[in-house]
Design a protein around this ligand. Structure first.
Ligand SMILES: [Zn+2]
Length: 144
C-alpha cells in the first residue's frame, strides 16, 4: 500500500486536537461497551507523510510510481504540472497542518495508558483490516 494511503488511515485516528491545551480527544469503547472520550496529552511532530510540506502529489496520480511509458505519453504541459505541483493535494495524514499530534506517553496516567494501549490495538486492527480489503479488491479486479 502506498505510504500516503497509510498516512490517511493514521490521520483518521487522530481524534480531536486542541492546540491550546495540547490535548487530543478520541472516542473509545470501554470494556463495558460504553462510549468514552479519552483525553490524551500530546506534542506535535513533523508529519512523516508529507515531511512537513503539508501537501503531496495526489496518490491516485502516481501511487505505483510513474513508468517511463506513462511519462512519455504525457505532454509537456502535464509533465510541467506534475513537477510544478499541480497535482498536489493537502496531505492525507496531517490535512495540510504539516505536523501531526503524537501522544506524550510519558505524561499518561495509569488509566490513560491502559486505555491508550487498547486504542492503539484497535487502530492496528483497523489498518490490518483495510489492507486486507484493499488486497481483496485488487485481486477481484485483477489489478496487481
Ligand atoms: Zn502531512
Amino acid at each position: 500500500m502506498d505510504c500516503r494511503h497509510m498516512g490517511r488511515l493514521r490521520g483518521r485516528n487522530y481524534g480531536v486536537v486542541d492546540r491550546n491545551t495540547m490535548q487530543m480527544t478520541v472516542l473509545m469503547v470501554d470494556e463495558n461497551g460504553y462510549d468514552v472520550d479519552l483525553i490524551l496529552p500530546i506534542r506535535f511532530e513533523v508529519c512523516s507523510t508529507c515531511k512537513g510540506r503539508g501537501t503531496h502529489i495526489n496518490p491516485s496520480i502516481d501511487s505505483n510510481g510513474i513508468t517511463g511509458d506513462e511519462w512519455n505519453e504525457w505532454d509537456d504541459d502535464e509533465r510541467e504540472g506534475y513537477m510544478g505541483g499541480r497535482y498536489d493535494i493537502a496531505c492525507l495524514e496531517c490535512n495540510g497542518e504539516k505536523v501531526i499530534p503524537v501522544v506524550a506517553e510519558c505524561r499518561l496516567s495509569d488509566y490513560q495508558k491502559k486505555m491508550y494501549e487498547q486504542y492503539q490495538k484497535k487502530i492496528a486492527d483497523d489498518i490490518a483490516y483495510e489492507r486486507e480489503c484493499a488486497m481483496e479488491r485488487r485481486m477481484e479486479s485483477g489489478d496487481w
